[in-house]
Design a protein around this ligand. Sequence first.
Ligand SMILES: [Zn+2]
Length: 123
Amino acid sequence: MHELSIVASIVDTVTESAAAYKGARVVEVRLRVGALASVVEDSLQFCYGIATEGTALEGSRLVVNVLPVVMHCVPCGADVELEGVQSFRCPKCGEPCFDLRQGRELEIEAIEIDEMDEVEEKR
Ligand SMILES: [Zn+2]
């Protein structure tokens, strides 16, 4: 299951970021996942529960924002959003598109951290 290795690397990255905040607890991790990234959200969620066990992320939420596929259409001279991943044709003019602008992303968009009460104010 390749989602597990994806989630494991996300957990590593977030753990490193969270380490800068002493005693902080990760509340939420938001991901941007392109429609062509070929990951299944259900699997991500399932693996997240396993991979976060015993880490600073345990009990946190995973939010997956799926990004639509965006291609640059030469005849239209514009970036167009495809309706699905089955057909790589411009929805406006019907010409095939090859210039992918968005859709393969798999990155952390935001991490929400709950700082504990005892955290001192930054000076
Ligand atoms: Zn077009």
